[in-house]
Design a protein around this ligand. Structure first.
Ligand SMILES: Nc1ncnc2c1ncn2[C@@H]1O[C@H](COP(=O)(O)OP(=O)(O)O)[C@@H](O)[C@H]1O
Ligand SMILES: O=C(OP(=O)(O)O)[C@H](O)COP(=O)(O)O
Ligand SMILES: [Mg+2]
Length: 402
């Protein structure tokens, strides 16, 4: 079981007057409004506040660092952390300094000028390809900025990336923040000893990342409910023509293996029987069709009402539910019913319900008044909580141990 054994918490780290690098997960969902990037849900910023405030109050010179999105090649103004810095400044009521690069002279200038209790937010770590390569030279450039390393980026601890892995490897004074502690404590029960039946609900768009997790997840669960873009690949793997839907062609064989393995393990798999389709993600309305009857040039963008009713039957019997990944393109109204329907169904269920993921967490908050509050735990990490439940050791946690 994952515990925080031999991991120092920020409370016990010598941070007074020190330069303290806090890795946060400020990878917030964004919406474009009149050509500007606007934060759709600031939960990941709010959840990091206890650690940030603690460091400021103890007179640390605080250096926050995060990734945002998946920039393809170098700096991308649409994925700048600038709006995040502005929101953070509002929430804290202090100035947040924003160097325009996370390493080099731009960063050094801002960081070395910080006084005790002051705070800066480095620009998107992924503007450097070295971040995702866990590059040691890049990590040593980040290390030049700080004396102490704190990881509070729960949503990114499953990534062996430079700011999560190579950097803490070389900073002797290292530990975790309050959010990481809180997440591990809250997820503990569902990781080690979930009440059964245990239902996992998987959706979302990060199919190639998350499909591999399903194979070992089958060892832990009784029912696997699949929706969202994840379901498209599984339906295609069963020979259904998904037409223009988003499919991961190179994962079809793996999807078949998972379905076979589920049969062997007597894990029930529920896939959509109907979907909401449209010709493009910009379409203003969708049409409900059976999965076998998707019209040419149409793509599946949500689960349909019959699927929701089928999924509900599994939720009614569940004692524990873990959900990661929306059931469709819920950000657009015509394709939100499946996700909001599952959210409402789980909110009303008697099971221990955990939802994880930046987008999933945002979705339950949009699902209606009082829905989010009825979940037992809303985790800031999707992939991270999924891999913890799967039983994996996560690089960002393991590297913090003494
Ligand atoms: N059928 C679909 N087609 C296109 N996008 C989808 C579909 N289903 C889900 N999505 C998208 O998946 C995204 C979230 O995926 P992911 O990041 O894996 O979830 P989370 O952040 O909760 O872990 C959402 O932006 C949603 O619009
Ligand atoms: O948003 C995140 O994960 P999630 O979408 O699984 O919740 C994390 O910030 C990790 O991002 P990544 O999957 O681009 O490495
Ligand atoms: Mg996401």
């Amino acid at each position: 079981m994952t515990t925080l054994d031999r991991i120092t918490t920020i409370k016990d780290l010598p941070i007074e007057n020190k330069r303290v690098f806090i890795r946060v997960d400020f990878n917030v969902p964004l919406e474009e409004e009149n050509g500007k990037q606007v934060i759709a849900d600031d939960a990941r910023i709010r959840e990091a506040l206890p650690t940030i405030k603690h460091a400021m109050e103890r007179g640390a010179r605080v250096i926050l660092a995060s990734h945002l999105g998946r920039p393809k090649k170098g700096p991308d103004p649409k994925l700048s952390l600038e709006p995040v810095g502005a929101r953070l400044a509002e929430l804290l009521g202090v100035e947040v300094h924003l160097p325009d690069d996370c390493i080099g002279d731009a960063a050094k200038k801002v960081v070395y000028d910080l006084r005790a209790g002051q705070i800066c937010l480095l620009e998107n770590l992924r503007f450097h390809a070295e971040e995702e390569k866990d590059d040691e030279t890049f990590a040593s450039q980040l290390a030049q900025l700080c004396d102490v390393y704190v990881d509070d980026a729960f949503g990114a601890v499953h990534r062996a990336h430079a700011s999560v892995h190579a950097l803490p490897k070389i900073v002797r004074e290292r530990g975790c923040g309050f959010l990481l502690e809180k997440e591990i404590a809250a997820l503990g029960k569902i990781i080690t000893n979930p009440d059964r039946p245990f239902v996992a609900v998987l959706g979302g768009a990060k199919v190639s990342d998350k499909i591999a997790v399903l194979e070992s997840l089958l060892e832990k669960i009784d029912v696997l409910v699949i929706g969202g873009a994840m379901a498209n690949t599984f339906l295609a793997a069963q020979g259904i023509n998904m037409k223009s839907s988003k499919i991961e062609e190179d994962k079809l064989a793996l999807a078949r293996t998972i379905l076979e393995k589920a049969k062997d393990k007597k894990v029930t798999v529920a896939l959509p029987v109907d979907v909401v389709v449209a010709q493009s993600i910009e379409s203003r309305e969708g049409k409900v069709v059976d999965v076998g009857s998707i019209p040419d040039h149409h793509m599946a963008l949500d689960i349909g009402p019959r699927s929701l009713a089928e999924f509900q039957k599994h939720f009614d019997k569940a004692k524990s539910v873990f959900w990661n990944g929306p059931m469709g393109l819920f950000e657009k109204k015509p394709f939100s019913n499946g996700t909001f329907g599952v959210a409402r169904a789980l909110a009303d269920s008697k099971a221990f319900t955990v939802i994880g993921g930046g987008d999933s967490a945002a979705a339950v908050k949009d699902a209606g008044d009082g829905v989010a509050e009825k979940f037992s735990h809303i985790s800031t990490g999707g992939g991270a909580s999924l891999e913890l439940i799967e039983g994996k050791k996560l690089p960002g946690i393991e590297i913090l141990r003494r």
